[in-house]
Design a protein around this ligand. Structure first.
Ligand code: NAD
Ligand code: UFG
Length: 333
């Protein structure tokens, strides 16, 4: 059985769908600080399968151990964490406590229940200003520009040291690039609280009239059109990456790190133009100043995931724009 932390969140919900469709049994936990329990019903509508679930904070070691002692957990896929970059600058202690203390509490419980396999949600943010693009896993980790990034950086180190001390453990660190899109059913997707930080949810909220226009943060970067370039990846492809990572766990991989990205960089203007073309909607925008902490260009070399896991991202930017809009439309009905 697989334990999924942060189970009702954006990426975990899509991953549970792919895992269930591949025959895995899931037990999920989440403290619902950034998601709703109704997500579970929508997952069940897609897969027809139930998920064992409990509302637990990963920092609550006793509750966690109590709940998990009822199951035989072979692998934990650890998504739970706070992820808003700006908020992490304002509330560093909250972020270090939630993400780092939470992971340490989880690791202690996993050790106590004999679970030796972990897949962890890391981020391309650990590369800082990347030393080179496309970014391979050998690219040195950089200086993070915010506490959120440092939590990923530090949790990676904790996991590396834990696996070194326990060579019978298998730990896969997945560095996600920019997840966007939604399940094609429109039943699950990303629905951020408040003003969206990220580009795609902001665009869909402009498209539905919830916000007047998009602010494009800078057009003077050293990129083909001056706007920031990122490796946007469809969340369903990302979710499948976790199913493929299970094969590495099966092969007793020890410690492995994989980039999960498409290998293609798109600029902010590319995303706006594609969204307008695919969905036939105009996105009003205004160029404003650069956002502090942003980098010019970030995209993956995903060759290692292809070679070792047999994983390749299949969805195009058109698919990402269509599915994001389909989900936003479903929210509005
Ligand atoms: P999300 O906020 O939708 O999901 C995270 C879930 O964890 C939420 O449901 C939240 O309620 C839960 N959670 C947070 N703290 C918890 C705690 N202490 N105990 C129990 N549950 C807790 O975010 P997401 O986009 O699905 O991200 C999932 C993971 O992937 C996170 O670790 C995130 O940092 C990482 N990641 C996300 C992105 C991205 O752009 N979305 C990029 C790289 C990495
Ligand atoms: N952007 C805008 N306007 C907006 C929002 C974003 O122009 O309203 C631009 C940004 O300047 C950047 C691009 O769109 O050039 C993408 O920005 P996002 O905020 O969507 O994504 P980031 O690359 O900044 O960061 C995201 C997650 C991080 C994660 C990182 C991994 O927010 O948590 O991807 O690569 F670490």
């Amino acid at each position: 059985m697989i334990l999924v932390t942060g189970a009702t969140g954006f990426i975990a919900s899509h991953t549970i769908v792919e895992l269930q469709n591949n025959g895995f049994d899931i037990v999920g936990i989440d403290n619902l600080c950034n998601s709703s329990v109704s997500v579970l019903d929508n997952i069940q509508k897609i897969t027809g399968k139930k998920i064992e679930f409990s509302n637990i904070d990963i920092r609550d070691k006793d509750a966690l151990k109590n709940f998990l002692s009822g199951y035989k957990i072979d692998t934990c896929i650890h998504f739970a964490g706070l992820k808003a970059v700006g908020e992490s600058v304002a509330k560093p202690v909250e972020y270090y406590d939630n993400n780092i203390s939470g992971t340490i509490s989880l690791l202690k419980v996993l050790n106590e229940i004999g679970c030796k396999n972990i897949i962890f949600s890391s981020s391309a943010t650990v590369y800082g200003i990347p030393a080179f693009v496309p970014i391979t896993e050998e690219c040195p980790k950089g200086i993070c520009t915010n506490p959120y990034g440092w939590t990923k950086h530090m949790i990676e180190q904790i996991l590396v040291d834990t696996q070194k001390a326990n060579p019978d453990m298998n730990i896969v660190i997945l560095r996600y690039f920019n997840p966007v899109g939604a399940h094609p059913s429109g039943l699950i997707g990303e629905n951020p609280n408040g003003i969206p930080n990220n580009l795609m949810p902001y665009i869909t909220q402009v498209a539905c009239g919830k916000r007047e226009k998009l602010f494009v943060y800078g057009n003077d970067y050293d990129t083909p059109d001056g706007t920031g370039v990122r490796d946007y990846i469809h969340v369903v492809d990302l979710a499948r990456g976790h199913v493929c990572a299970m094969s590495a766990i099966d092969k007793k991989c020890g410690l492995e790190i994989f980039n999960l990205g498409t290998g293609h960089g798109y600029s902010v203007l590319d995303v706006i133009n594609t969204f307008e073309k695919v969905n036939n909607i105009k996105i009003p925008y205004e160029i404003t100043a650069r956002r502090p902490g942003d980098i010019a260009m970030c995209y993956a070399n995903p060759e290692k995931a292809k070679r070792v896991l047999g994983w390749v991202a299949e969805h195009s930017l058109d698919d990402m724009c269509r599915d994001s809009w389909n989900y936003q439309n479903n929210l509005n009905v």
